[in-house]
Design a protein around this ligand. Structure first.
Ligand code: F6P
Length: 541
């Protein structure tokens, strides 16, 4: 057995040792659990992971898992420009976008830092111009609205960050259109004035069906109102595909490039972040990058027991592979992080939702879990019932700020107490005796008490981690995203997958293109699905 397999077996055995582990008794017996199982970075971000089914030995074994999997070695390869995205022959250097690689790193003849800075200067100049009106609409007046047209990594990151940093917006309004469903573009345009609207077409490849369809629809809408010659002033492109951009009619002066070593779901730090730069300004965006850079440094230097991405990754592996938990709920108690779990779905599931290893062999164990969630307190009134009393164990990651950015202090205190209450309730639950005592105190009859007790028992012992930070600033959001990027990286290395390709999205795209003519005509050809007959019938009604 390889030394890595030995650690996996140690972990399986260790789970047996913890079969009677209960968070209630653990906290009763171990007054120092918070000190032992929490880590802080930069004096403003704490990971409290004390309410997990772990002991010191668990962490020792998980640290060994990281060592045996070669996490540090793979990270060194990534930083030095090795093509760790082996199926596409690409380096993975999104960390260079926040200045976290050597200044003189050259990939495929490109001096990374110089290229990154040159494009960033152009982006900042453009963002400033749009914000102060010196980059204006066809009529010479400022833009009031910016529409980002993109999907997946060209939408989720900038959309989530723009919403997350709403307290810092002082530029034009920013909208996001992604879905090929014409209702998305239609509903967005309904409230906009073409004379005041700037479109950013965000697509790494500049070939994605949804984005190109929406971009053409936006162009038609603009041209119908302002004429052909408005396109030059009212469009810009964020892409790696110069020919595609020019072919669409956007000049290269209005094109902001990035590189094939930036994966879509890791691209918010690049030109894809332009909507954020326009919304909060280049200074705010620099803070956002600085936050990510400080997380990179933390990840590289902090010892395992203080290393937030390592710990989050380790706990994820513990529950996914040793406890067979199929999903993880991400629960930000912050209305402005309402798109955070959707963003993480792509980051995590497109990266590690794989069944083969880098060399094409079977992983032989479960890889990326289902990531899902919603902002609190809304989720409490929807799916928390199942978190507390459902059959499955769903590890939860809560996020909350100590202080509101600009919201009401009293309401923020209520938000905090709800978050802390959920974490406590999931960990400690309520026993039958406690439920009984409560029902008796409320004056219920003995029969009523007996009937209700089973329904009022909360088993507890449900694992949670809490990311607690001072305030949701651009810097903090940069830290949080980079934290999850590194978590995904670590887990990908342990599972041995290529976290930077996404072949699993291709088949559906190919079939959709193939089916488009049949759907248009509603005529079923050989190999087309029978449901097309029903389509024809419904259309004829
Ligand atoms: O969904 C697959 C995918 O390739 C993602 O990885 C990517 O973020 C998205 O499509 C959009 O791609 P593009 O930026 O090239 O339009």
């Amino acid at each position: 057995m390889s030394s890595l397999e030995v650690v996996w077996s140690d972990l399986v055995r260790h789970r047996q040792e913890l079969s009677d582990f209960n968070l209630r008794s653990a906290f009763a017996e171990e007054a120092d659990r918070f000190e032992r199982f929490s880590a802080e970075m930069d004096g403003c971000l704490t990971l409290d992971y004390s309410r997990n089914r772990i002991q010191d030995k668990t962490l020792m074994l998980l640290e060994n898992l990281m060592l045996q999997s070669g996490v540090a070695e793979r990270y060194a390869e990534m930083k030095s420009g090795v093509a760790i995205n082996n199926t596409e022959g690409r380096s993975v250097l999104h960390i260079a976008l926040r200045g976290s690689v050597d200044d003189d790193l050259v990939v495929d003849g490109q001096a990374i830092a110089a290229d990154v800075n040159a494009v960033k200067e152009r982006l900042y100049a453009f963002a400033k111009g749009v914000r102060d009106g010196s980059i204006a609409a066809k009529d010479g007046k400022p833009f009031t609205d910016v529409v980002n047209i993109g999907i997946g990594g060209s939408d989720l990151g900038p959309h989530m960050v723009t919403a997350g940093l709403a307290a810092y917006h002082d530029g034009p309004r920013v909208h996001f259109v992604s879905n090929v469903d014409g209702a998305h573009m239609g509903d967005t345009l309904k409230v906009l004035d073409p004379a005041r609207t700037l479109f950013l077409v965000a697509s790494k490849t500049f070939t994605t069906q949804e984005t190109m369809t929406n971009a053409r629809a936006a162009k038609e809408w603009l041209v119908a109102a302002l004429g052909d010659d408005a396109v030059g002033d009212h469009f810009a492109a964020l892409s790696t595909n110069k020919e595609g951009v020019e072919g669409f009619g956007i000049s290269t002066e209005r094109m902001f490039e990035f590189w094939d070593w930036v994966g879509g779901r890791y691209s918010v730090w690049s030109a894809i972040g332009l909507p954020v730069m326009i919304a909060i300004g280049p200074e705010g965006f620099e803070e956002f990058l600085a936050g990510a850079r400080s997380m990179d440094e933390h990840f590289e230097t902090a010892p395992f027991r203080e290393n937030l991405p390592m710990l989050l990754a380790a706990l994820g592996l513990w529950y996914r592979n040793i406890w067979a938990c199929p999903s993880v709920a991400v629960l930000p108690y912050d209305q402005r992080l309402e798109f955070f779990s959707a963003f993480l779905q792509q980051l995590d599931m497109e990266s590690n939702g794989k069944r083969v290893r880098r060399d094409g062999s079977d992983i032989l164990r479960a890889s990326g879990p289902v990531i899902w969630g919603q902002s609190g307190t809304n989720g409490q009134h929807a799916f928390y019932q199942e978190l507390h009393q459902g059959h499955d164990i769903i590890p939860c990651e809560f996020l909350v700020a100590a202080k509101p950015t600009d919201a009401d202090q009293h309401q923020h205190e209520l938000l905090l107490s709800n978050c802390f209450a959920q974490v406590e309730a999931l960990a400690f639950g309520r026993t039958a005796d406690e439920a009984k005592a409560q029902l008796e105190a409320s004056g219920k009859s003995a029969e009523e008490v007996a009937a209700l007790v089973p329904h009022k028992v909360f088993p507890g012992n449900r694992p949670t981690s809490l990311l607690f930070y001072d305030k949701l600033t651009p810097k903090m959001l940069g830290r949080l995203i980079a934290l999850y990027e590194h978590k995904v990286f670590v887990q990908g290395v342990v599972w041995g997958v290529n976290s930077y390709d996404q072949w699993g999205v291709e088949l559906g795209k190919e079939l959709a293109n193939k089916l488009a003519p049949a759907v248009k005509s509603a005529e079923r050809g050989e190999g087309d699905p029978a449901i097309l007959d029903r389509l024809k019938a419904y259309r004829a009604k």
